[in-house]
Design a protein around this ligand. Structure first.
Ligand SMILES: C[S@@+](CC[C@H](N)C(=O)[O-])C[C@H]1O[C@@H](n2cnc3c(N)ncnc32)[C@H](O)[C@@H]1O
Length: 225
């Protein structure tokens, strides 16, 4: 922490926790109250990129795709999805913490290439679960990274997203042929099985957190059978 400067602090709605944005020498970090280590860092985003890239690459038609990303964070998943889709596409990012959007509009945004400035980007400030419930048969890709994975850290309420009911709600929000993608810090057989029981074909893809060695995260891609 010695050479880090605290740039901002934001309470997480519905949780007794705050996010803290720090600037280091060449990077930024976001930490969450009560958890050691960083929740996000601009140094390591290989698996966040993959969450945006992999499901969009599997679409038949990317030209006018409608993509929903759950959790802006540092904007890497959003930036990666925008690279894969066409000029008429729309990529909506839902972010619970309004200050995270402000941070990305400020100095933090340069690290991911300022995807919020892309004319195809739409921002929804609020709970992604709410947006999913409101929009049926709407999205070609839904890419979720609102937490550490099925074992939530940010908000206890996020656990709902990974239950059978949460998966069925996301499934109903997909267009025919759409793909559901989830990020996780590690494997979770129970969640994998729940996706399959909801009728999806499931791929579980380990992705390096950074570069080509070290810890790997998990991306699940769930497509309609
Ligand atoms: C791990 S970060 C996402 C990282 C992102 N994939 C990236 O490329 O940097 C999780 C983000 O989801 C947000 N979040 C948590 N719960 C949410 C919810 N229910 N709806 C929308 N956003 C949520 C957090 O505030 C945080 O910004």
């Amino acid at each position: 922490m010695k050479n880090w400067t605290l740039l901002g602090e934001a309470p997480v709605p519905g949780a007794d926790k705050s996010l803290h944005l720090y600037q280091g020498k060449d990077d930024f970090f976001i930490k969450i109250t009560g958890v050691s280590g960083e929740l996000m860092s601009t140094r390591k985003h290989g698996s966040e990129d993959a969450l945006g890239t992999l499901p969009c690459q599997r679409l038949q038609d990317t030209q006018s795709a409608k993509v929903l990303i759950g959790g802006l964070g540092m904007g890497f998943t959003l930036a990666a999805a925008l690279k894969e889709v066409g000029t008429n596409a729309q990529v909506t990012v839902a972010e619970l913490v309004a200050e995270v959007v402000e941070w990305n509009r400020g100095p933090l945004g340069a690290a991911s290439g300022r995807p919020l400035d892309d004319p195809r980007t739409r921002v929804y400030v609020g709970d992604v679960a709410r947006l999913l419930r409101k929009n049926q048969s709407c999205w070609d890709v839904i890419a979720m990274d609102v937490d550490n994975g099925p074992e939530g850290l940010t908000q206890g309420l996020n656990d709902r997203i990974y239950t059978t009911q949460g998966i069925l709600t996301a499934q109903a929000a997909l267009r025919p042929g759409g793909i559901l993608a989830y990020w996780s810090a590690g494997p979770d057989q129970g969640f994998h099985d729940r996706l399959r029981r909801c009728g999806f074909l499931v791929e579980e893809i380990p992705v390096f957190a950074h570069g080509t060695k070290g810890p790997r995260h998990i991306i699940w891609l769930a497509s309609q059978a």
